[in-house]
Design a protein around this ligand. Sequence first.
Ligand code: ADP
Ligand code: ZN
Ligand code: ZN
Length: 747
Amino acid sequence: MPLLRVALPTPLRRLFDYLPAKGQHLPQVGVRVQVPFGNRQLVGLVVELVEESSIPVSKLKAARDYLDKDPLFTREHLDFLLWVAGYYHQPAGEVISTALPALLRQGQALHPPQQPRWQLTDLGRETSPADLNRAPRQAALLEFLQLRPSPPLQKEILGAGFNLTQVRALEEKELVTSYLLPHKTQGVGLPALPQEEASPREVLAELPLQLTAEQEKVLTQLNDSLGHFQPHLLLGVTGSGKTEVYLQLIQKILERGEQALVLIPEIGLTPQTLSRFQKRFNRRVVALHSGMTDRERLNAWRSALEGKAGVVLGTRSAIFTPLPRLGAILVDEEHDASFKQQDKVRYQARDLAVLRGKREGVPVVLGSATPSLESLAHGLAGDYQLHHLTERPGQDVELPQPKLLDIRSRKLQGGFSEPLLKAMGQHLQAGNQVLVLLNRRGFAPVLFCSECGWIAGCKHCDARMTWHREPPKLHCHHCDTQQPLPPACPQCGHQPLQPLGSGTERAEETLQERFPDIPVIRIDRDAVKGRTALQEKLDQIFHARPGILLGTQMLAKGHHFPDVTLATLLDADHGLYSSDPRAMERTAQLLVQVAGRAGRAEKKGEVIIQTHHSDDPRLEKLCVAGYEALARDLLDERRQAHWPPFAYLALWRAEAPQAAQVEALMQALASQLRSLLAEQPEAVSLLGPVPAPMERRQGRYHMQLVLHAEKRAPLHRLLARVLLWMEAAPEAKKVRWSLDVDPDDLF
Ligand code: ADP
Ligand code: ZN
Ligand code: ZN
């Protein structure tokens, strides 16, 4: 008898066998099933039909129900998801769960429940409303239906002021009947019928631009690669027209009857981005991101699955979207940290884009002004085709070269040095906008007592609490603990307490004092809450001339501010001497983004960076020679240090309320690894276990262990073997642990 092999969302890294549901046909691979699991019911996905199980058939339970008629995933797509599970050493059920919209995960139907239509019977057509004079509302409803040219949807009837009791009364009297239209399901794997083409919008809202010679050359090479696997890295300075190239490539893909998948960073998926794409094509363009309701997401996902959406524009998890006619995958701002998922299934969507492109035989385009060192290394080695866009079409001015402003011996006011404030004044005087980037929210990162040295720390973390002014409170940004501000020092009673350092709130206050007539528009997570808030702020910015735009990273990404002529980074030092090996790469990317905000239109811009280390050779290199030159140096450093992308890492994290519990597990893990390694000839080395950089967080103790290998395969072999031990280890029972393959950061 055939059995169902099912992937279930549980932490166990295995599949589960079930008997088919009683009295039903065998399901196809790729449909969801509801199954008993312990004393719960879970929604899983059939990944295989098998003849035999390692468990005796008499012990197997039967599936309760099948939730889909047609598969949600093709065999190929399912194999991709299973590959992902294998690569990241995560349970297949968790990966499949990540790939499904929430409503499908919860067991809801792929298609929304249908609205019935109500039509008159022969009797209903012949009956006069006057015959129903004892029930005036029923008479009115009958008349309403008789006057309609076609049977209305139930919701139209309700919308016209009738209720269901009245409809049912007419049904009782056999005056009306209801019917449902069948769903037009195309099933997966079938060629997508370009349904939208039936009524194409003749005129596009926006026409393609005339490309520059440089853009044209890149586009030709991208077009030439359609129909087979080819990774591309498009390194184009900010404003060089990368998006225009993407749009024209997508046009080609749509003309071939294929679908395009475009991944963009969390913060970049604004209504403007979406409408920029929608204006250019007369095929359906759908978005997939976390700001949508579950219903909206499901609708978008379904139209991708059914081939109705020509373009899917999504954040990282959109990489799992089933697309029957995939033509290419594009990843914009490919260096962005939001492509890495940091919990549960810890995948890197950019890496998966390349992998999926290879499996499906389509080109993959990674684009950025500041590519990740990984992608750049592939580009320089020739694995990816490397393209440059160096000019800024339609703009006469060059990107400004950033200037370093040393603040070592200067007094700062709310984070600003006097020369910086002076420069800002000049730009504002000329009627322009100034952009100030400060990657720290709140009023001040530290609250302290000048009398006894007391510092407000978090009870649950090895961290300081940030002082917020609006509303007034102390807030730990690591565990979210909030508490009221102490009126005086809890240690010695002295008051007032002093702020140390500046966050965006304090910078805002300083700017308002210094430039009382100039609007200061602040953009950070505290100032921008809710779905429409960012849009409102962006609209304000549009009218603020002169004006100051102040904010965190949120401000530096993706938006065009044509009136900004001075962009400034208040503190470049955070990344320079960090223990995080990626810190310099990140700092450089942020700096270049800030520089890209200045002088985007016809106005010449200026970029000023405050630092305590203006003689740092890496900062100098970046300012004088540019990102790619610095990135090549950083790659040389990585090569010499045998660090990614020239080696491979996996990071175990573990945490528990008691330090001893974590310690016991990590030591046991380390010794297990060492004994497995004794049988394995290839070199994998252990760094740790050591306490995590922030040992105590949310009241729990954190440790970590890094595995380092020159080659990928032996590392993965080792991981697979040690996981079998880990899942059964008694030491692991009380400890929360996770495995991060190719970690983005080591915290
Ligand atoms: P990027 O994605 O590289 O930052 P965009 O594609 O957003 O660049 O282009 C930046 C600006 O230049 C946009 O306003 C865009 O309309 C304009 N632009 C792009 N390509 C051209 C072109 N070939 N001719 C004129 N303007 C262009
Ligand atoms: Zn004190
Ligand atoms: Zn905390």
